[in-house]
Design a protein around this ligand. Structure first.
Ligand code: BGC
Length: 765
């Protein structure tokens, strides 16, 4: 049974009194503090443990329910071992904000009042699409869906609301944004990032950092948190597509495609960064000083805190076999540039061993000081010395209507209409609708992984107040017109990917009686390694269900609800309309229903290339040789770039016409700006939003050029017949690529500027 709210509040008020008595001076205090610290105290600051370690219960890996802090374990970690940071939730489930307040106040009370130097704990949590681990907070669409809005305001708002609500819990550090390039649909974490395009990811990532950290020059105020860019670098492109397996990425590719997102986030003030758990070019990134120090510190000038990923120093020894024991592993990682070890469970080994390494002279105390100084500075910037815990009572907008509206608006603008044969959508009121498929009646699938728990499997227990797709459609079109039958269901306790037929015949029978079949397919929730995949096709059972439903002759509206694009070529021709809702979270069902009813005009665009076949995976910025059939034979051949749907594809219920592409100047030099304008007209009969995408193509280059690259985008709203000129400015630098000497160059010659089907050629002299 949970402790009740009155009890929490009493504890909070008492704790608050303690802290006000313990105020510290600031700024140069970091140096003073550092000078007073013993080696053990310094090393403790570099260790991070998971919450269960300090909970009562028999094991370190789980805690009693309800969660109760084991004060002996807390003191062992924080007072005896001087541990400086804690992360994660307990027993892998979201907690209400008040319970977070209670936990944080107990932790900080021990850290501030019982340690020699009163250094507060830096608490970090993965609140990656809204308040992932706060039961009563606001959830937003995952980053992949925010990218589909092609409007950076949604990334900014999500970050701002999440920071605010995270602070309401008393937590000052968020392991977000994910800046991994989603260029491989097989990768199980594609939904966590902004899709395949480096420019979209850069723009959205910067907004996330700004929204999360705020713009205070002197620090991060109590409405904001420290962001954590992750996972540095090129985590999302293992050659196999399988999480945490080796990636081979030449340096010029790292620099041109993967680095810009991090570089821009650093330039916009992100204070922390988490390291790629994997292996690039044979070297575990956690042990790679070229990436962690030369590139990150010396070249990019990053001054913040570098945190390892989950137990990844251990993995240098236990998994990657580049260290023959923990001592070697710790030395490798600290030498490479890690500041905080997300040791999670066994922090004693990390701390004891690092002390020994310093005492033996294998690692200098100066090197330890560097990390500890960064960690203390962050704690200072977050105001933790003055105010170690923030409390829900000071955050009146927590779980407010405003934040819910932001989330709902983002879902509405993300949902992407991929096909709409004969204008089958929107659906008129009064029609008989069958809603079916394994994703039709599940809040779990709408939210995906990292929702109320790591794998998202507990979501349905927390989301009674929100609507599944079926519930939303039923509300929108009227209960008596809408029927639900699964046809196929996920086997919920098992692997995310396992499903089975469920009332198949009843579903077919109901389809016979319906005017429309809304078939909701996709994936169940997953995160990280459990989401690894052997086959990118949609499951056999779901394909079979679609085929059987198609035999009824009733129009199928295929709704895709998944973390990555699962191949649907076997059923695409059977569908009259296809609509991708990604992981649009708690308001995804409502948003879909509004769009199906025509109350909102869809305006999402694909932030990735939707592959047609599992063995023909391309990004839109592929090379000419990946499309040779088209060039040599005048037709596509097997294996050519022939996606199911292109990056940037997305239909509307209205039509837009582009005209009058103006480019000025036509001839340019290094450093020049180029103005580009296009006129857009809403030629249909409904108001609608349109994302204008500006591409460039380098016609010839010393490295085979990408066929095209997105350089700018802008979303506008137009009423029927409304005309607007949209202006962009790019510079020669925007047209550059990274050559094999790892230099950015904009080479002489022709470039094609393209918006819609309009093209103009400009020349670099
Ligand atoms: C993930 C990170 C996450 C960390 C802490 C790791 O397994 O890779 O993205 O921040 O766990 O939960």
């Amino acid at each position: 049974m949970r402790l009740n709210s009155i009890f929490y509040l009493t504890i909070i008020v008492v704790s608050f009194f303690f802290y006000s008595c313990k105020q510290q001076e600031n700024s140069s205090k970091v140096e003073q503090l550092l000078s007073k610290m013993t080696l053990e105290e310094k090393v403790g600051q570099m260790a991070q443990i998971t919450l269960d370690v300090i909970g009562t219960g028999d094991s370190r890996f789980s805690s009693d329910e309800p969660f109760i802090i084991d004060t002996a374990a807390l003191r062992h970690a924080v007072v005896e071992y001087h541990v400086g940071s804690i992360l994660n939730t307990t027993n892998n489930r979201a907690l209400p904000a008040l319970e977070w307040n209670y936990i944080l106040s107990q932790i900080q009370q021990v850290a501030v009042n019982e340690t020699r130097l009163s250094v507060p704990i830096l608490y970090g949590l993965d609140q990656i699409h809204g308040t992932t681990y706060t039961a009563d907070g606001t959830f937003f669409p995952h980053e992949i869906a925010l990218a589909a809005t092609f409007d950076p305001i949604h990334a900014y708002r999500m970050a701002q609301a999440t920071a605010y609500e995270t602070r309401a819990c008393g937590i000052p550090w968020n392991f977000s944004p994910v800046l991994d390039l989603g260029s491989d649909p097989r990768f199980p974490r594609q939904f966590e990032g902004f899709g395949e395009d480096p420019y979209v990811g850069t723009v959205m990532g910067v907004e996330m950092v700004k929204g999360m950290e705020g713009d205070s020059k002197n620090g991060i105020d109590a409405n904001h948190v420290a962001s954590c860019m992750k996972h540095f670098l090129a985590y999302s492109v293992p050659n196999s597509g399988i999480d945490r397996t080796p990636a081979f990425v030449p340096e010029h590719i790292l620099r041109e495609y993967h680095l810009p997102l991090f570089k821009a986030a650093i330039e916009n003030g992100s204070h922390t960064i988490m390291i790629n758990s994997g292996i690039i070019n044979g070297i575990s990134v956690h042990a790679n000083p070229d990436i962690l120090t030369k590139l990150l510190r010396e070249e990019l000038g990053f001054e913040g805190v570098v945190v390892s990923d989950w137990m990844d120093i251990d993995k240098l020894y236990t998994r990657d076999k580049v260290a023959s024991n923990m001592k070697e592993a710790i030395k490798l990682a600290v030498d490479a540039g890690i500041d905080i070890s997300m040791s999670s469970y066994d922090y004693e080994t990390f701390c004891d061993t690092l002390v020994v390494l310093v005492k033996e002279g294998a690692i200098s105390e100066k090197r330890i000081n560097q990390s500890v100084r960064r960690i203390l500075k962050l704690k200072e910037k977050l105001g933790l010395f003055e105010n170690p815990v923030t409390y829900l009572k000071d955050y009146p907008e927590f779980a407010s209507q405003k934040f819910s509206d932001w989330s709902r608006q983002a879902a509405l603008e993300a949902i992407t209409l991929l096909k709409n044969e004969n204008k089958v959508l929107p659906i008129d009121f009064g029609k008989k609708i069958l809603v079916c498929g394994p994703n039709a009646n599940s809040m779990r699938t709408l939210n995906g992984g990292w929702s109320y728990s790591w794998q998202g499997e507990k979501t349905d227990y927390y989301t009674a107040g929100f609507n599944t797709i079926y519930e939303a459609i039923s509300t929108q079109f009227g209960q008596k017109h809408v029927k639900y039958l699964p046809g196929v269901s996920y086997v919920n306790e098992a692997n995310f990917n396992i499903d089975r037929f469920d009332q198949l015949q009843e579903t077919i029978n109901a389809a016979e009686q319906a005017d429309y079949i809304i078939l909701c397919v996709g994936e169940n929730s997953y995160a990280e390694k459990p989401g690894n995949l052997q086959d990118l096709y949609l499951s056999d059972n779901q394909v079979e269900l679609a085929k059987k439903l198609a035999k009824t002759g009733k129009p199928i509206i295929l709704v895709i609800n998944s973390g990555r694009p699962r191949c649907i070529n076997k059923i695409e021709p059977l569908s009259a309309a296809i609509i991708n809702i990604y992981l649009t979270s708690n308001f995804g069902g409502d948003a879909l229903a509004e769009i199906l009813a025509g109350k909102t005009n869809p305006s999402g665009r694909l932030p990735y290339t939707y592959p047609r076949y599992p063995s023909a995976l391309y990004t839109y910025y592929h090379k000419p040789s990946e499309d040779m059939g088209a060039i040599e034979e005048g037709k596509k051949i097997d294996g050519d770039y022939l996606p199911q749907f292109e990056f940037g594809h997305g239909l509307s219920y209205t039509t837009f016409e582009y005209s009058n592409l103006i480019v000025n100047p036509f001839v340019f030099s290094d450093g020049d700006s180029i103005s580009i304008a296009v006129t857009v007209k809403n030629t249909g009969d409904r108001e609608g939003k349109e994302s204008i995408l500006l591409y460039s193509s380098d016609v010839y280059a010393s490295i085979t050029p990408d066929v095209k690259r997105l350089r700018r985008f802008q979303k506008i709203n137009l009423k029927p017949n409304e005309i607007r000129q949209v202006d962009f400015v790019i510079t020669s630098q925007d047209l550059a690529f990274v050559n094999t000497k790892n230099e950015w160059v904009c080479e002489k010659g022709d470039f094609i500027i393209q918006i819609g089907d309009l093209k103009k050629t400009i020349t670099k002299k």
